[in-house]
Structures are given as structure tokens and as C-alpha cells.
Write a protein that binds this ligand. Structure first.
Ligand SMILES: C[S@@+](CC[C@H](N)C(=O)[O-])C[C@H]1O[C@@H](n2cnc3c(N)ncnc32)[C@H](O)[C@@H]1O
Length: 329
């Protein structure tokens, strides 16, 4: 898990500004959903390259504050360079699964008027071959959003047994040929260590039936391994439940997901938290759980114009909810 320490590598301003861009997704929609009050307190839990942060800061007055975090040290260095002089801004190097900790450190329990989670990876992560996220260009098979902690994809592939690899590809990559691909990986690693993205992509491409006319053969394999290496779904579940406690009454929770596994978790979470719950031991009694959230509107998707300008937005789904008062009404 990422630490809350602020990154030590300080890029020059030139490095930071030259860092590949990320086009924020559903920017206008997310800002509207956050309903920014100039004196409010907001949290951007996935800073990335600060596309949403920049717009939130533009709408905040002198008394407003934006806290941000990212588990990627490069994102944090960028934030420090770009927004470090703004007294209304703080950034931490942390995972959003550590929101409880940050809420205590920053005294944000029950205080946030809005929390944004724009999930997944940023363009600079995807486009930098050295990060190992993409099968489009060759690089070390890493895939860690925080390269300072945890196991790289290459290390995991070298040690995981075939059943585990197949399970990850099936569950997190939704890959129909998970078993065949896992077998090909295990066969190949007996001959050569699998250490690069190109090697892995080539192994998958060699499996008959992998991929379809809309997707590169390795798309699902890379997605599955990335989700597994970064514990993305568990971190999301943890973060969502902690986020509720950070919201002030009326505060907005805005989550943008990029694939159905994430969106399913968000959707179920919002449904559960917006309904009264029954005591499982007394199913005929009065509901015990008071709803803590109210879902606002339906899932929102980018329009054709946004997708044409930013193809990476095409799978985005945004869901919004509002924190209800403690009595749930
Ligand atoms: C889609 S990008 C966010 C882009 C950002 N909204 C912008 O406009 O620049 C997702 C970011 O979330 C970060 N991230 C993913 N999982 C995280 C987690 N568990 N905790 C903190 N940051 C995370 C990634 O490192 C990445 O920088």
C-alpha cells in the first residue's frame, strides 16, 4: 500500500510541464455534479495530471480548499510543481484506500462538500513505456501505479501458478480464453523469463482465438493483470465506504469508472447505501439501516463529441450521490 509521504523526486518545472498530458474525462459533468461552493472543501482522490483539480480550484474562492491524492509518485511530483504554491491546495502520496487515515490527518471527517474519484490509469501512465501498462509499446512489465511498493507484473508472472493466472485473466480481464493464455504464459516462462510488455503481448497474440476484431488480443490480459497487481477493486470498495464518512451533509460523491467491473461495484454500493437495510436476523422487523446516500440521476456517459476528441473516454461512466443527514431524510 502506498505511504502518505510526499514524493521526494522533485522534477524541474520543465520536466513537469513536459510530462505527457491527460485529457480529463466528463470534466463539465463532474464539475456540475460536484456543485462547487466557493468556500467549500473538496477532495480529488485521483489527481492524475490535475485536469479536474484545476477546474475545481478555478471555482473555489480564497476560503475554499482542495485536498488531493494519488498513489503514483509522478502524479504527486507534478501536483507539487503545478499547484504547490496555491495555499488552497494539498496533495498526499497515498492510495484512496487510506482515506480514513487522511481524513484524520487533514481533519476531514464529515467535512467534505465533494469527493471525486476518476478511476483507472492516466494517459501519462499508459503512454510511458517505462511504466509497463501498455502492449502498444515495449517496456519493462511493471504495471504498478506506485512503483515504490508491491510486486511488479513480471515478478507476479514469474511466480504465480497456472490456476492463479487463469483466475486473474478470467475475473479481472473477463478473458474467455483465460486458461489457454495462462498455459501459454507458463510454458513460455519455462524457456525464458517474461520481463517485457512486448513478450507478454506476443505470447497472448499467439494463442488461437484470443482477441476479436474490436480489441487487440492482449487487451483483456493486460487489464486483468493490471487490476490484480494494483488491487484495484478491493481498493475501490474500501475507498467508497470510507468516503461516506468524509462527506458533509449534502456533500457529493462523484465516481467515474472505466470498465464494468468497477462500475458494478460503484452501482451496488450506491444502491445499498441509498436503501434502508433490514436486520438479517429479524427479516420481518422494521428496517434498521438508515440510508446514508441519495443517488442523483442516472449513470452519465460522454457524448460523441467528447469521444471523438478523446477516444479513451469512450468507456467512462459517471455516477453521483449526495450525503444524507444522519437521520436519513
Ligand atoms: C484517470 S486518472 C485521473 C485523471 C485526473 N482526473 C485528471 O484529470 O488529470 C486516474 C489516477 O488515479 C490514480 N489512482 C488509481 N488508483 C488509485 C488509488 N487506489 N489511490 C490513489 N490514486 C489512484 C492513478 O495513479 C491515476 O493517476
Amino acid at each position: 500500500m502506498a505511504s502518505t509521504h510526499v514524493a521526494t523526486h522533485q522534477p524541474t518545472l520543465l520536466e513537469a510541464m513536459n510530462s505527457p498530458a491527460h485529457q480529463p474525462v466528463l470534466l463539465g459533468e463532474a464539475l456540475t455534479a460536484l456543485n462547487i461552493e466557493p468556500g467549500g472543501i473538496y477532495l480529488d482522490a485521483t489527481f492524475g495530471r490535475g485536469g479536474h483539480t484545476e477546474e475545481i480550484l478555478a471555482r473555489l474562492g480564497d476560503r475554499g480548499h482542495l485536498y488531493a491524492l494519488d498513489r503514483d509518485p509522478d502524479a504527486v511530483s507534478f501536483a507539487e510543481q503545478r499547484f504547490g504554491d496555491d495555499p488552497r491546495f494539498n496533495i498526499a502520496h497515498a492510495s484512496f484506500a487510506q482515506l480514513d487515515l487522511l481524513a484524520r490527518e487533514w481533519r476531514l471527517t464529515g467535512a467534505c462538500n465533494g469527493i471525486l474519484m476518476d478511476l483507472g490509469v492516466s494517459s501519462p501512465q499508459l503512454d510511458d513505456p517505462a511504466r509497463g501498462f501498455s502492449f502498444q509499446s515495449d517496456g519493462p512489465l511493471d504495471m504498478r501505479m506506485n512503483p515504490r511498493a508491491g510486486e511488479s507484473a513480471a515478478a507476479w508472472i514469474a511466480r504465480a501458478d497456472m490456476d492463479e493466472i487463469a483466475r486473474v485473466l478470467k475475473e479481472y480481464g473477463e478473458e474467455r480464453h483465460a486458461r489457454r493464455i495462462a498455459r501459454a504464459i507458463v510454458n513460455e516462462r519455462e524457456l525464458h523469463a517474461i520481463e517485457t510488455t512486448a513478450q507478454l503481448a506476443e505470447i497472448v497474440a499467439g494463442v488461437p482465438g484470443a482477441g476479436d476484431k474490436h480489441k487487440h488480443a492482449a487487451t483483456r490480459t493486460f487489464q486483468g493483470i493490471r487490476i490484480h497487481i494494483n488491487h484495484e477493486l478491493d481498493e475501490l470498495r474500501t475507498a467508497l465506504s470510507q468516503a461516506i464518512d468524509m462527506l458533509a451533509t449534502g456533500g457529493r460523491l462523484v465516481v467515474i469508472s472505466f470498465h464494468s467491473l468497477e462500475d458494478r461495484i460503484v452501482k451496488r454500493f450506491l444502491r445499498t447505501e441509498s436503501q434502508s437495510r433490514m436486520d438479517p436476523d429479524m427479516p420481518l422487523a422494521e428496517p434498521v439501516g438508515i440510508p446514508r446516500l441519495k443517488v442523483l440521476g442516472k449513470a452519465r456517459h460522454p457524448g460523441a463529441v467528447e469521444i471523438a476528441g478523446n477516444p479513451r473516454a469512450r468507456s467512462a461512466v459517471m455516477r453521483v450521490a449526495e450525503r444524507l443527514p444522519e437521520n436519513g431524510s
